[in-house]
Design a binder for this molecule. Structure first.
Ligand SMILES: CC(=O)[C@@H](O)[C@H](O)COP(=O)(O)O
Ligand SMILES: NCC(=O)COP(=O)(O)O
Length: 237
């Protein structure tokens, strides 16, 4: 079964816009789980534009499903993971000034950096996933870093899906097969939505988890959070 992890970054963006506590991120996390989300994902960026360091700690005791913390593995990130021991850490090669995640790891070039941080993170008991482009060679090479999973970066899929669904999914199927052969599990995320999720899941049924934020939060503005989460879950069943 593919799990739906709801990325709550954008709720924090809205909260931070007024400097208060509306919407209440902790209530949002509780409610997402009550409405069926099988995980909560956050990406505490260094500038705290949405998720703050305090949020990372405050959310921890409320997560009854699966806590997934994404980020570039600098000292701050490693400490957050060591302190809060989430079920999963997802390593993303983002520089501090990117608008949003825009590339996966070059798992060959950064093999020793990744081996080093993944070793440290796994000592804390956390599963480690690394963000990769749909590239067979780089997906297979992720196994040499010590990662447990890869997260396929699905922005290109989301863009191409609008033009040609078969061409959009093809590199993702190849990368999945290469990673599975090396014993890795598969996650996916970025710009997945109610239009493109079902086709992705049907073609990559081995998916362990998808993390979805931006589109889900936008949909919730029109359809409500509970209804929206149920609609996303339906696409995965
Ligand atoms: C790792 C990833 O795919 C991103 O989608 C990320 O978590 C989103 O970050 P922002 O919400 O800051 O755009
Ligand atoms: N890892 C991807 C994620 O958490 C959410 O990405 P998006 O749906 O906000 O693009």
């Amino acid at each position: 079964m593919t799990k739906l992890s709801v990325n709550i970054n954008k709720f924090a963006t809205l909260r931070n816009a007024r400097g208060g506590n509306n919407p209440d991120l902790l209530k949002i996390a509780r409610d997402c789980q009550r409405f069926g989300a099988e995980g909560i994902t956050i990406h505490p960026r260094p500038d705290e534009r949405h998720i703050t360091t305090l949020d990372v700690y405050n959310l921890k005791p409320l997560i009854t499903t699966e806590y997934n913390i994404e980020g570039y593995p600098d000292e701050r990130f490693i400490k957050l993971v060591a302190d809060t021991k989430p079920e999963q850490a997802t390593l993303v090669p983002d520089g501090p000034d990117v608008l949003t995640s825009n590339a996966g790891w070059d798992t060959k070039k950064y093999k020793s950096l990744l081996q080093d941080v993944i070793g440290k993170l796994k000592e804390t008991g956390t599963r480690v996933s690394i963000f990769v482009n749909p590239d067979e060679e780089l997906a297979a090479a992720a196994a040499d870093t010590g990662a447990d999973r890869i997260e396929l970066y699905t922005e290109n899929y989301a863009v191409e899906f609008k033009n040609n669904q078969e061409e959009a999914i093809a590199p993702y199927i190849r990368a999945t097969n290469a990673a599975l052969q090396r014993g890795l599990e598969i996650n996916a995320g970025h710009d997945l939505d109610l239009e493109n999720l079902r086709y992705f899941h049907l073609n990559i049924p081995q998916l362990a988890e998808v993390s979805i934020g931006h589109a889900l939060v936008c949909d919730a503005l029109y359809m409500g959070l509970e209804n929206t989460i149920r609609l996303y879950l339906k696409e995965l069943r």
